[in-house]
Write a protein that binds this ligand. Structure first.
Ligand SMILES: Cc1ncc(C[n+]2csc(CCOP(=O)(O)OP(=O)(O)O)c2C)c(N)n1
Ligand code: SF4
Length: 543
């Protein structure tokens, strides 16, 4: 395949590079625009698994890297918030196998609850960050990230954005890596056990590593100079660099690939050779602030361009200093729950009962829109239970009794279980009610499996968490499962009864997502056939 020109998305390019570079394990949690990376890696023959959430995915990745194997960990930008605890201390440790952590950011919020700029994490956690501009660089930087990671024994963040993840551009892959040594654990306690006695020198080591990487970046880093007229110099990163080339092809442009730690001497020399220096970057003014802090005078973009994605036209406006109002894009059709979606019944019941609904993230967040308008809060994955409990604790009784927390099955496994621990441990005087909307899949991100479905990433059977058994074992007082056949009236009656009780209650509403149902039936049939075949084999010697 080496030398062949392939048209592929940035996500697929990362997966292909991981395969060619000998990544032993890919872990992650689904989230647009990162989800396809592990799915493609699996399809190509790599070993990929969904973790219950991003923190666990990174921890599993750290374990494989400690064991000397190359690892890819994927998540969307907000997933890095969940993984931030291991991330910051992982930076202090020495890893053996290369570890690349993909943070897929979503400027413009095509499918996210915020547009946080994860470049801040590179500086905050002190980890090198690579930012590709297209699929070729997504491929190349995955390899490079693994190499940097192994050379300096440090995890590397590969920051993608929606356009790079999903746009298809040409990729010329290289030869696969030579056969790599088998993973083997070599004990190095001071480098891996972060008690203060070892963490203090580890922090010094980390700063030393970064200084060395910055030096390397000055000379050999993946930074590109496009010659042009000295009147206008542009420093850019990521997809914004592509827009800038098109908006101002006559300009001299320095495109930075390793954006943390920055090659500041190189940028300073570039700045000295141009009459006007403009930083073109999507999102927050991260790069321009870093340049100014280093004493390099640079123009940034007006505040209005901090919001949403950039494009060629917006970059033209930035370069012209144009702050006039931008044309308003035509409104698309608002999204809605599919016809026949099981979430509809739940939100009809909640609306009819005039509940105060602490909501969560998934397809069911659409319950906030008409005709239901039956969701009152939604912050981040898993927040529904804590937020509902907080309201229950302080609201007057008549309102507190109407509060319900609503959470999807994948979201429950991701970060809802600790909410149940909180409910059992600090129960409000009026009790509380949690609804798990179990549609048998992670519908919102494209029907991924999770530990509650009993199937692995490739849909083959594995262990399955029973939500009802879990809730009972944790001490929830009333646990019910409502199958689809109960209908809206049955569900309404049950919710009303439970709201009247000053006890903790959990209801699992179980009905497959209508879009996923045929596939779920197919996987279940395949699993049953496999089981029967295995039993048949086992039975043979006896017979
Ligand atoms: C920390 C974090 N990780 C990932 C996502 C992407 N995401 C949003 S909702 C969701 C799960 C939805 O599945 P589920 O709870 O089962 O609800 P459904 O869509 O099936 O109704 C995911 C993975 C996110 N918003 N935040
Ligand atoms: S994809 Fe599934 S869960 Fe999402 S709205 Fe449609 S039927 Fe409902």
């Amino acid at each position: 395949m080496s030398g062949e020109r392939l048209l592929m998305s940035g996500d697929d390019a990362v997966a292909l590079a991981a395969l060619h570079a000998g990544v032993r394990l890919g872990t992650g949690y689904p989230g647009t625009p990162s989800t396809e990376i592990l799915e493609t890696f699996d399809r190509l023959g790599g070993r990929a698994q969904w973790s219950p959430n991003e923190k666990v995915a990174l921890e599993v990745g750290m374990g494989t890297a400690f064991a000397g194997a190359r690892t890819l960990v994927t998540m969307k930008h907000v997933g890095l918030n969940v993984a931030a605890d291991p991330l910051f201390t992982a930076a202090y440790t020495d890893i053996e196998g290369g570890l690349v952590l993909v943070s897929a950011d979503d400027p413009g919020m095509a499918s996210s609850q915020n547009e946080q700029d994860n470049r801040h994490y590179a500086r905050a956690a002190a980890l090198p960050m690579l930012e590709p501009i297209d699929s070729q660089q997504a491929y190349d930087f995955t390899w490079l990230g693994l190499e940097i990671s192994e050379r300096w024994k440090i995890p590397v963040i590969l920051r993608l954005t929606t356009r790079v993840c999903h746009s298809k551009t040409a990729v010329v892959p290289r030869d696969s890596a030579d056969e790599m040594a088998e993973p083997r654990f070599e004990r190095d306690i001071p480098a891996r056990v972060m008690i203060p006695a070892y963490a203090k020198p580890a922090h010094h080591r980390l700063r030393q590593k970064l200084a060395e990487i910055a030096d390397w970046n000055e000379q050999d880093g993946p930074n590109r100079l496009d010659e042009g007229k000295a009147e206008l110099g542009i420093v850019a990163t990521g997809i914004a660099a592509v827009h800038a080339r098109e908006a101002a092809p006559e300009a001299r442009q320095l495109t930075i690939g390793l954006t943390y730690p920055l090659p500041l001497d190189r940028i300073r020399a570039f700045a000295e050779g141009v009459e006007r220096l403009v930083v073109v970057e999507e999102g927050d003014p991260v790069l321009v602030d870093a340049l100014r802090a280093a004493g390099i005078p640079a123009e940034g973009k007006p505040e209005m361009y901090r919001f949403g994605e950039l494009n060629v036209e917006r970059v033209r406006r930035i370069l012209a200093g144009d702050t006039s109002p931008e044309p308003i894009p035509p409104k698309g059709k608002p999204p809605e729950l599919c016809q026949g979606c099981s979430h509809r019944t739940v939100f009809q019941a909640l609306r009819d009962l005039d509940c105060i609904v602490a909501g969560d993230i998934g397809c069911y967040t659409l319950g906030v829109l008409p005709p239901f308008s039956a969701m009152d809060t939604c912050v981040c994955m898993g927040a529904s239970i804590g937020v509902g409990l907080g309201m229950r604790h302080v609201l007057p009784e008549d309102q507190a009794r109407r509060v319900v927390s609503v959470i999807g099955d994948s979201t429950f496994v991701h970060s809802g279980i600790t909410g149940i621990a909180e409910m059992v441990y600090n129960p409000p005087a009026t009790g509380h009610l949690v609804l798990i909307l179990d549609n048998g899949t992670t519908a919102m991100t494209g029907q991924q499996e999770h530990p509650g479905t009993g199937r692995l990433l490739d849909h083959s059977p594995t262990g399955k968490i029973s939500f009802e058994a879990l809730a009972e074992s944790m001490g929830v007082q009333n646990v019910h499962v409502v199958e689809s056949s109960a209908g809206e009236e049955g569900l309404k009656t049950l919710i009303a009864e439970l709201l009247a009780k000053p006890e903790t209650s959990l209801v699992v509403t179980r009905q497959p997502c209508v879009l996923a149902a045929p596939k779920i039936r197919f996987y279940e049939k395949a699993a049953a056939e496999q089981l029967a075949a295995e039993k048949g084999c086992a039975a043979e010697p006896a017979g």
